[in-house]
Ligand binder design. Structure first.
Ligand code: GTP
Ligand code: SPV
Ligand code: MN
Length: 613
């Protein structure tokens, strides 16, 4: 049997499973899943263009996809209105010891979770096709590629995984007969009775996104949405990989990676962690407003970082595509994303459709079209009360379509990171950019990162919460242990070679409620300051929170920004920071005894510098 062929269900139960591999462990697992979930047929995905066309045809026939005549090869997709974002309250870290999940994760005993979910999975693929998607996180020519296999009853997931990861026969070949892999089991949780008509977006009100970090396994049920269902992304490449990284001395982080080249031709690599919907994709694809500077893209969401023999931290983007926030993406803000999306092969989920076969979302153009079909299929005009697209509407597109990809983005060794930025979405208090004094202080800045919640996860939007290294929803283990791991990797390597750590905030607002800093392409001015700081070529002023540029330290040529706004964006107000201290102390309290003493000492030092005992 070859990849892509199907096995029909015998009269007496689940389909016989053979596959285009001699990996006995994988075959046994797929057989076991098929026996439990009883799909009508099993398809091993080969990753070919023909298969992609078959999948998209299937999705069009099911009413899930709508072809976009204005963007040949790309599709519109509408999810069920209840299934539009990550479900953090249904996400579980099932470590054997609850202490290892830590106070920030939901924990369920692994045996109990397996029992609960096995009951849910029993017969859950009835009437559906089970797709077997072998995938590789990172380039296939790595010395030790990290594999996964997602078994899913969703054609949308199979199709999206082919965009977001390296999939198919080439992966099975590289896996050979015995490579380890992360089993990722996914079901939308909507079995079909004989003769029952399907819906365009099957899903279940019962959702579980479960991780078994000791077994390196993911079980997901009930949702088709990106972060809940494309299991190579947040579930594997962050939650499971963070546990692997802790054990093996590396870092799996929620970070973009970019290459910044100065007018003198000096190239620097920058990794940046911002919480969901806080600007990673935009920064990764930035078009500098500063003449002479150049930004190229290596990744927009996840970085795996390992130390090389010379003690340099090297970052690799394990993904193959972008799953980006659509609203706010336009020619004025992120032209490179717009160019990427013109090249076909994209899936647009929960955006609006135009009358001439294209997509539209808030922020794509200044003026909305006079008439749209909104993300829920309803007529929409500029007079409509609600936005036309869901605020967490997403595009899914191959990274290779992005015109600014750095040639080395697929180098399996990764790129040496010169600077790490932590950033959040804060209306007040946090200045545009701060440089840390050293690694430990930088880890403190990351550990106490705070941000307003966004539509990327279900729940209230705009609430300030602590989000250490933008990893709060993605930690596969105890948060205090994670911070300690950051300190330990710093200690284990030559301080002079460690990346320098900065903290940024593009989202501070003035008294009128408007953003103080114009953001987007203008953020190149902050990147340039960071690069110049690495060279010691530009000044800064010491403040209680770290080193901050004076207005004259930023290259502001060509920027029309009122001096008061710039000063307000850079200001470190001791009163605001004193008011911040109890929140940080409460956060450390919540994380409990595993918070490293060195970070508690940093908090004491900050309090002392602010004149509070
Ligand atoms: P995830 O994919 O959820 O991890 O998000 P992300 O961090 O990649 O965020 P993204 O770049 O998609 O930006 C999210 C939202 O923030 C979009 O609506 C952007 O328009 C907006 N945004 C990004 N950068 C800036 C900026 O510099 N200033 C302002 N004001 N808004 C920004
Ligand atoms: C995020 O929420 O941080 C995302 C989108 O990048 S998702 O894949 O849903 O996690
Ligand atoms: Mn993300």
């Amino acid at each position: 049997m070859t990849a892509g062929t199907t096995t029909g269900q015998g009269a007496a139960g689940p389909p016989a499973v053979e596959g285009p591999t001699r990996h006995e462990g994988l075959l046994a697992w797929v057989r076991e899943v098929a026996a439990l979930t009883t799909p009508d047929r099993v398809v091993w995905c080969d990753g070919s263009d023909e298969e992609h066309a078959r999948l998209t045809d299937t999705l069009v026939a099911a009413g899930t996809f709508t072809p976009l005549p204005a963007r040949p090869g790309s599709f519109h997709c509408a999810s069920d209105p209840s299934d539009v974002a990550r479900v953090e309250d249904r996400t579980f870290i099932c470590s054997r010891d609850p202490r290892d999940a830590g106070p920030t994760n939901h924990w369920v005993d692994p045996a109990e979770m397996r029992r609960t979910m096995t009951d849910l999975y029993r017969g859950c693929m009835r009437g559906r096709t089970m797709y077997v998607v072998p995938f590789c996180m990172g380039p296939l020519d790595a010395d030790r590629p990290l594999f996964g296999v997602e078994v899913t009853d969703s054609a949308y997931v199979a199709c999206s995984m082919r965009i977001m990861t390296r999939t198919g026969t080439r992966v099975l070949e590289r896996m050979g007969t015995d490579a380890p892999y992360v089993p990722c089991l996914h079901s939308v949780g909507a079995p079909l009775e004989p003769g029952q008509a399907d819906v365009p977006w099957p899903c279940s009100p019962t959702k579980y996104i479960s991780h078994f970090p000791e077994d390196r396994t993911v079980w997901s049920y009930g949702s088709g949405y990106g972060g809940n269902a494309l299991l190579g992304k947040k579930c594997y490449a962050l939650r499971i990989a963070s546990a692997m990284a802790r054990d093996e001395g590396w870092l799996a982080e929620h970070m973009l990676v970019l290459k910044l080249t100065s007018p003198q031709g000096v190239a620097r690599y920058v990794a940046a962690a911002f919480p969901s919907a806080c600007g990673k994709t935009n920064l990764a694809m930035l078009e500098p407003a500063l003449p002479g500077w150049r930004v190229e893209t290596l990744g927009d969401d996840i970085a795996w970082m390992r130390f090389d023999e010379e003690g340099r931290l090297r970052a690799l983007n394990p993904e193959n595509g972008f799953f980006g926030v659509a609203p706010g993406t336009g020619w004025a803000t992120n032209a490179n994303a717009m160019r990427t999306l013109e090249r076909g092969g994209a899936v647009f989920t929960n955006v609006a459709r135009t009358d001439d076969g294209d997509v539209w979302w808030e922020g794509m153009t200044d003026e909305p079209p006079a008439h749209l079909t909104d993300w829920r299929g309803r007529d929409w005009t500029p007079a409509s009360a609600e936005p036309s697209s869901h605020p967490n509407a997403r595009f899914c597109t191959p990274a290779a379509h992005c015109p600014t990809m750095a040639p080395e983005w697929e180098d399996p060794r990764g790129v040496p990171v010169d600077a790490i930025l932590f950033g959040g979405r804060r209306r007040t208090t946090v200045p545009l950019v701060v440089e840390s004094r050293d690694w430990v202080h930088g880890v403190f800045l990351g550990a106490t990162l705070s941000s307003e919640t966004t539509a990327a996860a279900t729940g209230e939007v705009g609430v300030v919460r602590r989000d250490p290294m933008a990893m709060l929803p993605f930690l596969g283990y105890d948060a205090g242990d994670y911070l300690d791991h950051w300190l330990e990797v710093g200690k284990a390597h030559d301080a002079a070679r460690l990346p320098r750590i900065f903290h940024v905030n593009w989202f501070r607002r003035g008294e009128d409620g408007c953003f103080l800093w114009p953001g987007f392409g203008e953020n190149a001015r902050v990147l340039a300051w960071v690069a110049d700081r690495l060279d010691g070529a530009v000044g800064a002023v010491e403040t209680p929170v770290g080193r901050v540029p004076r207005p004259g330290d930023l290259d502001l040529r060509g920027l029309d920004l009122p001096r008061e706004d710039l000063e307000a964006a850079l200001a470190v107000d001791p009163d605001e920071w004193r008011a911040e201290l109890p929140g940080i102390a409460a956060w450390f309290e919540r994380l409990g005894p595993s918070v490293p003493a060195a970070l508690r000492a940093e908090l004491d030092g900050l309090a002392a510098r602010l004149g509070t005992p």
